[in-house]
Write a protein that binds this ligand. Structure first.
Ligand code: VGL
Ligand code: ZN
Length: 207
């Protein structure tokens, strides 16, 4: 099913802070490493994303007076979930999982590095207007299909996949190579939005 002329594998945020023991640990987050490494052998073109926040980032609950992690707040660009401090630039938590195969990746997209705007998606920041440049990179390289996996299914994976589809790429999420935060029904909601955006949910075994 993979056509390396047209297909790119986008690996989202497989970083220590999203794995057990990390600051924003996703249950079983480390379990994505083995299936992603296996898939990486099949795709010639791999893109890594890295959540990369400056200290005191506006998405951190600790940056808000009386801010509570996982609560929703209003930012100038719309609603924003507040998170524990995570993926601070240069910290161990922001490093890729030590077992993730990273050497063959063509590009690493860092995101969330502007203090006042979070960025779940690999394509647009949470203001939904500031591009990261990934669309241009993929188009210029001639890719038409995007396969997305990583952490977390219901936030950065889903937002990236929905934006990829809206940007005109045929988009797949590899479910068993992703894990979710799943708070307050967020996984079910993300599933529905992905389906509405024409994202196809597949399993590693489909590839
Ligand atoms: C993520 C929350 C905050 C993710 C990143 O990678 O899904 N979630 N920052
Ligand atoms: Zn983040």
């Amino acid at each position: 099913m993979i056509n390396n002329e047209t297909d790119a594998f986008v690996i989202i945020d497989v970083q220590n802070d999203f794995c057990p023991g990390g600051a924003l640990a996703v249950e079983d987050g480390h379990a994505v490493v083995a299936p992603i490494n296996a898939l990486s052998k099949k795709f010639d073109h791999r893109i890594l994303t890295q959540d990369w926040h400056p200290a005191g980032h506006s998405s951190f609950a600790s940056s808000h007076e009386a801010g509570v992690p996982f609560a929703l707040t209003q930012m100038p660009y719309g609603p924003q979930t507040l998170w524990p401090d995570h993926c601070v630039q240069g910290s161990d938590g922001a490093e890729f999982h030590p077992d993730l195969e990273v050497t063959g990746a063509g590009i690493i997209i860092r995101k969330g590095f502007r203090s006042n705007v979070d960025s779940y998606s690999a394509f647009f920041e949470n203001d939904q207007t500031t591009p990261t440049g990934l669309t241009g990179y993929l188009r210029e390289r001639g890719f038409t299909r995007v396969f997305v996996a990583g952490l977390a299914t219901d936030f950065c994976v889903a937002f990236s996949a929905i934006d990829a589809s809206r940007q005109g790429f045929t988009t797949f999420v590899i479910e068993d190579a992703s894990r979710a935060i799943d708070m307050a029904g967020s996984l079910a909601a993300a599933h529905e939005k992905m389906v509405d955006a024409d994202v196809t949910i597949i399993q590693s075994t489909d590839l």
